[in-house]
Design a protein around this ligand. Structure first.
Ligand SMILES: [Fe+2]
Length: 480
């Protein structure tokens, strides 16, 4: 949920407020309570409402599919103009940076479209499999279900399956099979029964890994070919929708389209920002200004850590301790970027296993990302562009030294941290003084099946219920 009053922008992912992962508003009226309790506005303060609805889910369809915004009388008791904003248009606008051209790719979209090209308010092209309705994202999701990594239609399956890519090789037989199908006919990959049959024939884990690797390879080509129809190599365009969380595809596309901007909150958690922007455009109000992006959650914000606390944290980390680091406002988007992070020394050989065992309880095959000082990242990673939002994978140049952050294919999802992100950058600096390298294993501060934490109390509880060694909230250090 987002608001803009001309001076102050406010944003909160409801999953953090309710501490329920992937919480989305099942009750269209619930926003009124958040408005009052969290955003501290009254209904009388509200001039207009933008809302991006999932057509099939709530049965409220756009009357004309080509209209990206339509005025709808959704809240009959309120005399407030309300605009239903198309799902993909809201994704496209959620980057808030005045980019005119957009690529959107998501798992289910609004159930009618799972891929769109937009130019300003116009939908230039869309993709949707009319028979099976299976997108790239949904296919990964279903693979996860058939392979037993998670329940059906579960948002986390796709991310888990993506990890298999790092273990696999491109298999010519699978590739030939997949080449029968284009973006419009995602059926294989994707047709429900067929996919189950394909996966059932696999005997070893390697079969699965190779299938997932080949699938990513095939789709990275399809995505590139599709984008090439609408964008030149030098074009500036935004990429949003839930598939923007797939770092394998992101990295391939960024290599071909260097000016592509991926919005770190381009998944459904950012739809409210896009809906807000759509309404702002209708009213022709001045642009929305956001300070300290992406640290914008309207959650509990502690006082800043002193240099002494930062140095103590660095010392703990250098000595191999696992540390929970809660600072400032929470990050928008699914990645912890140094405000709601669990951190560890990547040079400690079994740091990944320790983090898994003591706190995160994640599956063994999933890799951890890393944060590195932006001015030094090229000494340790091979990536041709900055990655401030942890949206790309990069080759690790010294994998033997950093085994705990190096995936099976020699890559790592990295966050390049600039000095603007002052406290976290200082922590990396202080850690570098002690170890010689400015890199930390960085994963989100949440327990399995829970969202990232948003309050001191939840954080403290999480710390108490884990075997994590140290917790730092603002300037306060807690140890066990
Ligand atoms: Fe979406």
């Amino acid at each position: 949920m987002s608001t803009w009053d001309g001076k102050e922008f406010k944003y909160l992912q409801l999953e953090r407020y309710f501490n329920i992962k992937h919480y989305s508003n099942p009750n269209l009226f619930e926003w009124r309570k958040i408005l009052k309790d969290v955003f501290h506005y009254d209904l009388s303060d509200i001039e207009a409402i933008g809302i991006s609805l999932n057509d099939n889910y709530n049965g409220i369809y756009h009357q004309n599919q080509n209209d990206v915004v339509e005025k709808r009388n959704l809240f009959l008791d309120l005399n407030i103009p309300t605009y239903n904003v198309d799902h993909h248009y809201a994704h496209a606008l959620s980057s808030l940076n005045n980019i005119q051209k957009h690529f959107v790719s998501d798992c289910q979209g609004n159930y009618r479209r799972w891929m769109s090209i937009l130019e300003d308010k116009k939908i230039i092209d869309t993709k949707h499999d009319p028979v099976n309705g299976k997108s790239f994202g949904l296919s990964l999701d279903e693979m996860g279900y058939f392979l037993g990594v998670g329940p059906a239609y579960h948002f986390d399956n796709a991310g888990k399956i993506m990890a298999f890519n790092g273990y696999g090789e491109i298999n010519p037989t699978y590739l030939k099979f997949m080449e029968q199908f284009g973006l419009e006919h995602s059926a294989i990959t994707l047709e429900y029964n067929n996919l189950e049959n394909v996966l059932n024939k696999f005997i070893t884990p390697k079969d699965t890994w190779d299938f997932v690797k080949t699938f990513h390879y095939r789709y990275s080509i399809l995505f590139k070919e599709y984008l090439s129809k609408y964008f030149k190599e030098e074009d500036v365009f935004s990429y949003s929708g839930g598939v923007m969380q797939n770092i394998v595809i992101n990295t391939k596309l960024k290599a071909s389209f260097p000016n592509m901007y991926i919005n770190p909150i381009g998944y459904d958690g950012g739809l409210s920002i896009g809906a807000l922007e759509a309404v702002r455009k209708i009213y022709e109000y001045p642009e929305i200004k956001i300070n300290n992006f992406p640290f914008i959650q309207e959650d509990e914000c502690p006082e800043r850590p002193s240099q002494n606390t930062i140095d103590k944290a660095a010392e703990y980390l250098a000595n191999g301790k696992i540390l929970m680091w809660y600072q400032g406002k929470g990050e928008a988007g699914p990645r912890a970027l140094g405000n709601r992070s669990i951190l560890a020394n990547p040079n400690v050989k079994y740091a990944k296993e320790m983090v898994n065992e003591k706190v995160k309880k994640r599956e063994w095959y999933r890799p951890y990302g890393a944060s590195v000082k932006a001015d030094k990242y090229r000494d340790y990673f091979k990536l041709d562009w900055d990655s401030p939002y942890m949206l790309y994978q990069s080759e690790v140049l010294r994998p033997a030294d950093f085994q705990s952050i190096t995936h099976a294919d020699g890559t790592c999802r990295i966050q390049t941290v600039s000095s603007d992100h002052e406290d976290f950058y200082n922590l990396l600096n202080s850690f570098e003084d002690r170890t010689g390298f400015p890199i930390l294993l960085n994963t989100s501060m949440n327990l399995p099946s829970f969202p990232m934490v948003g309050s001191k109390e939840t954080t403290k509880k999480m710390f108490d219920n884990s075997d994590c060694d140290v917790l730092i909230i603002g300037d306060n250090i807690h140890t066990k």
